[in-house]
Design a binder for this molecule. Structure first.
Ligand SMILES: [Mg+2]
Length: 121
């Protein structure tokens, strides 16, 4: 089974994402900010990370930088999850190491197609 780490400060979003991902046969873990996500990756690197942009403690962008600068050699696929639709945000995320992005709110079909793009569906 493929593993996905859902990183979002919204419990509702995490619940929705978990439900969708489980119907797509993923084993799901959750983190509520970038720092917790980094800790999860240190324990075990997931196949893919669904990553929120705006979070307290450590943002999605800071998490990407921290992951890049960490000793973790295995690189998970990262789907950046944002409500910001400005190209500048998306470009910054891709430059920081995201593989793909998805706009919130997303449905099962949209998320499945993004996961397919990064080779995870
Ligand atoms: Mg958020």
């Amino acid at each position: 089974m493929k593993t996905c780490l859902v990183v979002d400060d919204s419990k509702v979003i995490r619940k929705v994402a978990r439900h969708i991902l489980e119907t797509l046969d993923f084993t799901v873990r959750e983190a509520c900010d970038g720092q917790e996500a980094l800790q999860c990756c240190l324990e075990s690197v997931p196949d893919v990370i669904l990553l929120d942009w705006n979070m307290p403690v450590m943002s999605g962008m800071d998490f990407l930088r921290a992951l890049r600068d960490s000793d973790i050699t295995q690189r998970p696929k990262v789907v950046f999850c944002t409500t910001e639709n400005g190209m500048a945000y998306i470009r910054a995320a891709i430059e920081a190491g995201a593989d793909e992005y998805v706009m919130k709110p997303f449905d099962r079909e949209t998320l499945a197609s993004k996961l397919q793009i990064v080779g995870m569906a």
